[in-house]
Design a protein around this ligand. Structure first.
Ligand code: SAM
Length: 281
């Protein structure tokens, strides 16, 4: 009997994956957690029935979250990751030997435990000596931090449940205060394509623009997400993601990538016309 997993992207659009095994199913106080092994995307993490990341495509997401800001601010030394329970964002950060401190604040310890057991290619660097794991709400953690971090990467779920507060003006303001003068915030910024995700994207972009001296949206394609067109926000106190990028610093590291490159970095900020109109750029 064939086994399929289906995610509802909108009331009118469903996305199905053929599954060869349902490896884990459990529930924490925050959410339902599943790991399915799919024929096309490999092992895939689900939270409350929504696809988070898959072995086949997670590099796209984690590389675009980490190497864009690191190529703009290669001397970043202290990084805060909020969310990121699968470990992929931390893994990409640990590839920079110049980074001295990585704090990861994940509200749900069970996500980390499950990722350690079933997603070792993502969670493999969580024990790097520079990494400190905090199992608490990132919203509370960042409150009152003054110029403590060079990068803050909000690797969150959608703005529902525990993730809802990570899309508020108050949270972004606390992130602003917690960043150094050259600091950069990257936030998971949903998608311009389907209505619900589009509203989330526009609201998040509007809020970061009100708080940061510079705030831009960049996009990339990730097939397993609703519409495949996804976005992150890049917000800073002045550094421009394209004008201030330092490709030579990135290239001299000789890091082997799957998705990111410095040409694509610049291109990611060149948005489709309908997205520019949505963001009034
Ligand atoms: N990195 C994945 C990807 O490639 O798409 C997806 C994101 S990661 C699994 C999202 C994490 O954010 C989850 O582990 C969730 O528990 C965590 N999270 C949600 N709300 C949070 C909060 N308020 N504070 C800290 N972590 C939170």
């Amino acid at each position: 009997m064939e086994l399929w997993f289906t995610e509802e992207h909108t009331p009118n659009v469903r996305f199905s994956l053929k599954v060869q095994a349902h490896l884990y199913s459990g529930e924490s106080e925050f959410q339902k957690i599943d790991v399915i092994d799919t024929l096309e995307f490999g092992k895939t993490l689900l939270l409350d029935g929504l696809i988070m990341c898959s072995e086949k495509e997670e590099h796209t997401y984690h590389e675009m979250m980490v190497h864009v800001p690191m190529t703009v601010f290669p001397d970043a030394k202290r990084v805060l990751v909020i969310g990121g329970g699968d470990g992929g964002t931390v893994r990409e950060l640990t590839r920079y030997k110049t980074i001295e401190k990585i704090d990861m604040v994940e509200i749900d310890e069970l996500v980390v435990e499950v990722s350690r057991q079933y997603l070792p290619t993502m969670s493999c660097e969580l024990d790097d000596p520079r990494v400190t794991l905090y199992f608490q709400d990132g919203i509370e953690f960042v409150k009152g931090k003054e110029e403590a971090y060079d990068l803050i990467l909000v690797d969150s779920t959608d703005p529902i449940g525990p993730g809802e507060g990570l899309f508020t003006k108050a949270f972004y303001t606390d992130c602003y205060k917690a960043l150094t003068k050259q600091g950069i915030l990257i936030n998971q910024n949903e998608s311009p394509f389907y209505e619900v995700y589009r509203q989330n994207m526009m609201k998040a972009a509007e809020k970061t623009r009100e708080i940061f001296e510079l705030s831009k949206v960049y996009t990339f394609y990730i097939g397993i997400y609703p519409s495949s067109l996804w976005s992150f926000g890049f917000s800073s106190k002045g550094l421009d993601p394209v004008l201030d990028m330092k490709p030579d610093r990135f290239h001299e590291l000789g890091l082997d990538m799957h998705y990111y490159n410095t040409d694509l970095h610049a291109g990611a900020f060149m948005l489709p016309t309908y997205v520019k109109k949505l963001l009034e750029e």
